[in-house]
Design a protein around this ligand. Structure first.
Ligand SMILES: Nc1nc2c(ncn2[C@@H]2O[C@H](COP(=O)(O)OP(=O)(O)O)[C@@H](O)[C@H]2O)c(=O)[nH]1
Ligand SMILES: [Mg+2]
Length: 385
């Protein structure tokens, strides 16, 4: 999917400094990839429960929460307060048919666009309308060491035209550095091969300043981000804390850039690229969806599948404007006909007047011919002077 050439790629720091900013992140991926742990690590609190996914073997016989859940929280960013919405999606992977969860996830993204679309077409806007469009989808890939699975390719292909998809490797501490490097390379090769239009920190060498180009290129080189999540905290003697995963052989520090890409992703998401992700969602992804949806409803005529936007069906609008034009023409024709009648009436009155004058003149001439009166005599010399 080509990005519009004129698109500004510079991350805008400091925009929304005073006012808090609303931002929505969705986490998608197979069960057990560490989505819930990541969200709790990102927010630095226990926001999501580790509910069992439908395909957990030990839980396979019970009712499962496979519904999409959106949870709001407030975060203090470096420069601004963020009203963050996290959308947790059902895990998938081992089920025979993943179509249901795929359709649910895609349907959720599109529903948020539909709501904005119908709000935009209202004459009177709802002041309490909440825009829930998803600005970034973190796609969690299993740390297998084998690149993408067919399942991942299919879902990423379906999601990427509708949202900024950022691929990440969950639980990356389970891979050795060599395995991780190989896995990153294989994943990016697959993404390129299948031309999956992920969010790749776009930049323009000619238009953007050096700092932006360097920063974006650096983030792009890190794709897919290697993540480690943890709700475990290590406290030092001075009271300071770090988030860690402790193993018999050592400790993985979540915020240490030498251990994983968590802090790079966190600052890109919540600081440097927040505005860019929001702008692309609105100006490009939503705009594409809107155009597709409108042209689809034109093609299907009055049988548009989605009644919610029937009111703004362009073919209906065109018919309506033709009807209004016809009505205006009809009224103007009536007005012209009235004027014509009035002029004809005035003309005939004038003609009658003229005829009456001619009659008077003729009778005067007749009287003159039979014998001039004094008053008429005086008239004759003055006329010949
Ligand atoms: N080694 C390791 N384990 C993790 C990591 N994140 C989560 N886990 C563990 O993996 C399991 C599944 O994690 P969870 O966050 O519930 O995954 P979800 O099903 O994708 O939401 C849990 O036992 C977590 O403790 C990680 O970064 N590294
Ligand atoms: Mg989970």
């Amino acid at each position: 999917m080509p990005m519009p050439q004129s698109y500004s790629r510079a991350p805008r720091r400091g925009k929304n400094v005073k006012k808090g900013v609303q931002f929505t992140v969705m986490v998608v991926g197979a069960s057990g990839t560490g989505r819930t742990t990541f969200v709790n690590t990102l927010c630095n609190k226990h926001l999501l429960d580790h509910y069992r996914d439908a395909n957990d073997a030990e839980n396979a016989h019970t009712e499962h929460d496979v519904n999409i859940r959106a949870i709001n929280t407030e975060l203090d960013g470096e420069s601004t307060r963020i009203s963050l919405t996290v959308v947790d999606t059902p895990g998938f992977g081992d089920m025979l048919d993943n179509e249901e969860s795929f359709t649910k996830i895609l349907g959720y993204l599109e529903r948020q666009y539909d709501e904005v679309l119908s709000e935009e077409s209202r004459i009177k806007r709802n002041p309490r309308f909440r825009d829930n469009r998803v600005h970034a989808v973190l796609y969690f890939i299993l740390p297998t060491g084998h690149g993408l699975r067919e399942l991942d390719i299919e879902l990423m292909c379906r999601l990427a035209p509708r949202a900024n998809v950022i691929p990440v490797i969950g639980k990356s501490d389970t891979l050795t550095p060599d395995e991780l490097a190989l896995n990153k390379r294989l994943i990016m090769e697959d993404i390129e091969h299948y031309r999956i239009p992920i969010y790749n920190f776009p930049y323009d060498i000619e238009e953007d300043d050096d700092e932006t180009v360097e920063e974006n290129a650096d983030l792009r080189r890190k794709l897919p981000f290697a993540l480690v999540g943890s709700e475990e905290v290590e406290t030092f003697d001075d009271g300071s804390t770090i988030r860690v995963r402790t193993f018999p052989w050592g400790t993985v520090e979540v915020d240490n850039p030498d251990h994983c890409d968590f802090s790079a992703l966190r600052s890109a998401l919540l600081e440097t690229h927040l505005a860019d992700l929001k702008d692309i969602t609105h100006d490009f992804l939503y705009e594409n969806y809107r155009t597709e949806k409108l042209s689809r409803s034109v093609n299907s005529g009055s049988h548009a599948a989605d009644v919610s936007i029937d009111s703004i069906d362009p073919s209906d609008l065109a018919n309506q404007s033709v009807r209004i034009k016809e009505e205006q023409l009809r009224r103007e024709e009536e007005k012209l006909r009235d004027i014509e009648l009035k002029v004809q009436r005035e003309l005939s009155e004038k003609r009658q007047e003229l005829l009456a004058r001619e009659e008077q003149l003729r009778s005067l001439e007749a009287r003159l011919a039979t014998g001039a009166t004094p008053s008429q005599q005086s008239l004759v010399p003055s006329e010949t002077q």
